[in-house]
Design a protein around this ligand. Sequence first.
Ligand SMILES: [Zn+2]
Length: 631
Amino acid sequence: MRPTPRKALAAGALALAALAAVSLPAAPPAAAAPDGAAPAGAFADGAASAAAVCTPAQAVVNGGFESGASSWTQSSTSVITSRTGQTAHGGTAFAWLGGVGSTHTDTLAQSVVIPSGCASATLTFWLHVDTTETTSSTAYDKLTAKIGTTTLATYSNLDKNTGYVQKSFDVSAFAGQTVSLSFTGTEDSSLRSSFVLDDIALATSGDTTPPADSVRTPAAPSYTVSLTSDAAGTVWTGHESATFTNASATALTDVYLRLWDNYHGTCAAMPITVGNVTGGTAGALSVGCTALQISLAAPLAQGQSATIGFDLGITVPSGADRFGHDGAFSFIGNALPVLAVKDGAGWHLDPYTNNGESFYSLAADFRVTLDHPTTLLVPASGTSVDTAGSSGRTITTATASRVRDFAWAAGPFSKISGTSAAGTPINVYSVSGISSANAQSMLTTAKTAVDAHSSRFGAYPYGELDAVIDNSFWFGGMEYPGFVLDLVSTTALTHEIGHQWWYGIVGDDEYTSPWLDESFTDYATDLALGKTGSGCWSSVSWASSAEKITNSMAYWDAHSSRYSTVVYGYGKCALHDLRRLVGDTAMATLLKGYAASHWYGVSTTAEFKAAAQAATTTDLTSFWTTHRIDG
Ligand SMILES: [Zn+2]
């Protein structure tokens, strides 16, 4: 989350004064609530041991065409060639689509197996385009690159270039699938364009299996949700089920559902209602009706799985909020009940905080079906497919893997789309009142941000990314997996996209250790925006001896005016200082390795400190003390 520039004005101004040398864009959020703040050490053991194996592999066979047509299907024997007129990027052969100058289609395809269990799968190829077309505005001749039925990119005579350029696409969403990689070149009736491809590769790397974790349970949840909305998209009813496994050596006798958005109502009029529980028996609501205990039908031994199901009702209140509707536009964050986490410290049933986040959950798979009026667009976490429903209605089916939550919006949005240079599809949904120039600017920002963070911390693994823009939010922005809410703000949007790694991919107990997501995300934001935090620590001024960067939301809810300054401002400055101490290269290697070792898992302050110490020969003991990083 990021506090609104408006709301954060006071805190932001203070932070600016205190951190004169730090460029502090839109300020961070305001405050948060406490909880039993489990000591990090309590669950440090057993956390993140060795992860499962992803064997890096290259899935395209004969991608350089040096073995002729082997493994490829081509529309004619003239596509894969080494004849004169074009040159290879490497070797002597290449694929030449088009170049005829009359109405014509060439195709080239190969079936590829993209292995599962890897964090990233990246398709790359080298492309040269030349043409005798003279237009600078019309795409007469085209080349389309697809994987399965998904179009990755379309090029045309307007993309003519000298020599080859490499194109790169994140195709990790297709992990575990056998799909057709295909290229189709079309020319119109006159003037030729040549699309020349070479050195096509699809490389996988990184592990997608969460680190072995016998401490946190219930593990590996899989949620199946089916909801139908009213005409306005503010009332949703249906069913949810959750299948999970007990990872702990201790038998699991009950689970807790978090009904977070009941914070936005009262126990007498709950926005989130659960009924007709199957697979267990519903117990009492607690923590302000945001937690529901469910006793399982039978104790679950280590490694055993169970499923609970329940009817679900969601009523979105009025308000431009992370759960609220701003006129016709509904924002539906934290509305789907998710399983609370039990670890060495017991169940984590922390209170909701409006100052930040309490949302601690394990990576899960979601399949969510949303039946809504066709007049409403429904951006959502994961990858969506729309099909026709009953008269005037559309069914959006969204699937998301290895995510900690699922959020969506509904409304008559304006939508624009694009693809980042590295291949992540981006959709920007704007409420009425957002200018097309601002929407375009946010699209550009999102493309740049997702690639910047990917290059530093590992490829963005969640397929498409949706940004929902409304300048009426009381905060700067709010993160959900593959889905962010934002003001028109370059800094806030870059920040929320950074959360895809820090909270999303690398999880943490947001209530106990908010700095692990907010400080790291603001540091990532600085890096993406070219800000160095030069000299920032010299202006740090602590409010008390109890104030620490690593304090829990329990502390910050009691000291809300200091949350943004310390956790965002001092926190990111501490990471800049750590970078200056260990060196830029060691810091970059540290963060990339730290992300990889916790990919889809959960980290703790103690684990970060250990990783940092392992990255340098400098004793960091005094650094942690000086920067008040405890744990
Ligand atoms: Zn944030």
